[in-house]
Design a protein around this ligand. Structure first.
Ligand code: AMP
Length: 188
């Protein structure tokens, strides 16, 4: 049985940075649906062609496309011991589809990253300068934060009702935030 850990939070909260470190140190797969979609765009696959404009504008890719992509990814052998989902689910529909595969992939914990908008915008603009990500622009950031609040934030309640949520203060030193998250993995 492969445990799932969900990293939930607004863009720029540091989910990806933390997920990659935790995954490496606790022998879990790191699955970033955003990263997978960007690869599809780069490789100009059918999915990439459908997703490109949505990504650039900061809008969500339709649930069915992302869900199929994720379920396929979970069948890879590196997920045997479990996986961190970074950026999935982002809608109630996606969360419900995860529930459908919960016999094989039960959700162990949902880490909710918290940071204020001002800090998030600052971080994303800085990241954009370094990474050149086409959606790290001021225009797209505003849309992504709105989409987070309308479509994704309700998932916090959804998972709170299942007593799966652990809140992480995502402001501070990367190492301190890492330690706060790692505590929960040390105790597994
Ligand atoms: P991220 O790297 O997680 O910030 O994701 C970048 C972009 O990829 C998002 O703004 C969406 O356009 C798309 N994306 C990533 N994950 C999902 C998802 N679970 N559902 C829909 N769209 C997604």
């Amino acid at each position: 049985m492969s445990k799932l850990f969900i990293f939930l939070g607004p863009p720029g909260a540091g989910k990806g940075t933390q997920a990659s470190q935790i995954a490496k140190n606790f022998n879990l797969a790191h699955i970033s649906t955003g990263e997978m979609l960007r690869e599809h765009v780069t490789n100009q696959t059918e999915l990439g062609k459908k997703a490109k404009n949505l990504l650039d504008e900061g809008l969500l890719v339709p649930d069915d496309l992302v869900i199929n992509m994720l379920v396929e990814r979970l069948s890879h052998t590196d997920c045997k011991n479990g996986a961190i989902l970074d950026g999935f689910p982002r809608t109630l529909g996606q969360a419900k589809s995860l529930q459908n595969i919960s016999d094989d992939f039960p959700i162990n914990k949902v880490f909710v990253f918290e940071a204020d908008n001002e800090e998030l915008i600052k971080r994303i603009l800085l990241r954009g300068e370094v990474s050149g990500r086409s959606d790290d622009t001021e225009e797209s950031i505003k849309v992504r934060l709105d989409v987070y609040n309308s479509d994704t934030a309700p998932l916090v309640n959804y998972y709170q009702e299942q007593q799966l949520v652990t809140t992480i203060n995502a402001i501070g030193e990367i190492e301190d935030i890492y330690n706060a998250i790692a505590l929960h993995f040390n105790n597994l």
